[in-house]
Write a protein that binds this ligand. Structure first.
Ligand SMILES: Nc1ncnc2c1ncn2[C@@H]1O[C@H](COP(=O)(O)OP(=O)(O)O)[C@@H](O)[C@H]1O
Ligand SMILES: [Mg+2]
Length: 311
């Protein structure tokens, strides 16, 4: 995989070809919509469904099954991810958290054995629909990976790279500054923007990757264990950053760190490996408000996991 598609999901054949991405090609509507009364989805508590106004759904996954060849990685996942919130995906290793996260911006498409059944709507559009432009999908749904992966370029060029490639050339300095401020990195790097990004600490590199992702003003940020390679102080900085980005972006974060989920997420989804038939397969056990998942989960499997009783 090239650094390009690792970071932005821009297929290599489109790199440097801003024309493909002229505004006229935008097909997916993401402008603000009025809030909708939360419908009583299976995963919402009755009180919430009746008395609260839930933010609109950005993603609605319905009966999603994902396979790698003959192996089924996820079975029958249905969930709604709400606008402007932080949603955490937790669960033991191998239960399909990364697989699910990557299916939200079609990042798995490049895996030949990957196959998906069911439906994932993004603002009401089937994201796997035949007319969907995957470049546009990944422009709107940015991704940050477990290991910071800055380009071997200057700090400035890391942030300016995607906007340049997407034809967003106006006011580039302001855009770079805004993204670096947004990623809480500006004060640390403003005097050395021309220096190599590889000279930054791991925590700074990860914030740079977040700056790079937000420089193109996506709608959603997908974060796959963004702090797992970082020390506690850098992890705290990433968590503070997630708090500050919340509301501006819809954030979906995979973490194996339950305290982290409890600290940053509004809603938490617990996945587990369940044996159906012969083989274990990733299953969404419970999805609810974070306090509910950690304080009074409905399912004994969730309770065992969050209290550390899990095998
Ligand atoms: N590219 C792939 N090819 C084949 N199997 C895969 C691939 N990626 C993940 N898997 C399998 O899918 C299952 C779920 O993996 P993953 O989504 O990475 O889980 P998690 O992120 O929860 O640890 C695992 O059994 C894993 O081995
Ligand atoms: Mg993973």
């Amino acid at each position: 995989m090239s650094i390009d598609d690792q970071t932005f999901g821009v297929p290599p054949e489109t790199n440097g070809n801003g024309k493909r991405l002229a505004p006229g090609r935008v097909r997916i509507r993401t402008e603000p919509l009025p809030g909708v009364i939360g419908s009583p989805a299976a995963t919402e508590s009755a009180a919430e469904a009746h008395f609260h106004v839930a933010p609109e759904a950005v993603f609605e996954a319905d009966a999603v099954n994902i396979f790698y060849g003959s192996k089924q990685a996820l079975t029958d996942v249905s969930m709604r991810i709400r606008r402007g919130q932080v949603t955490a995906l937790i669960g033991p290793s191998g239960c399909g958290k990364t697989t699910f996260l990557r299916s939200l911006n079609r990042m798995n498409d490049s895996i030949p054995a990957f196959r998906i059944e069911g439906r994932i709507d993004y603002h009401g559009h089937d994201i796997y629909g035949s007319n969907v432009d995957t470049v546009e999908v990944r422009r709107r749904i940015g991704m940050v990976f477990q290991k910071p992966n800055p380009f071997p370029k200057s700090i400035y060029d890391n942030v300016a790279w995607a906007p340049k490639n997407l034809g967003m050339r106006q006011a580039m300095h302001e855009r770079v500054e805004k993204a670096l401020r947004g990623a809480a990195l500006w004060d640390e790097v403003k005097d050395r923007l021309k220096d190599s990004a590889l000279g930054l600490s791991g925590g700074q590199q990860q914030r740079l990757c977040i700056a790079r992702a937000i420089a193109i003003e996506p709608d959603v940020l997908l974060l796959d264990e963004p702090a797992s390679a970082l020390d506690p102080i850098a992890t705290g900085a990433i968590e503070d950053l997630i708090h500050s980005l919340k509301g501006r972006f819809t954030i979906c974060i995979v973490t194996h760190n339950m305290q982290q989920a409890a600290r940053v997420a509004d809603r938490t989804a617990f996945f587990s490996l369940e044996t159906r038939g012969e083989k274990p397969t990733g299953t969404l056990i419970e999805f609810d408000d974070t306090e509910k998942i950690f304080g009074s989960p409905r399912d004994p499997r969730t309770r065992d996991y969050v209290t550390g009783r899990f095998g």
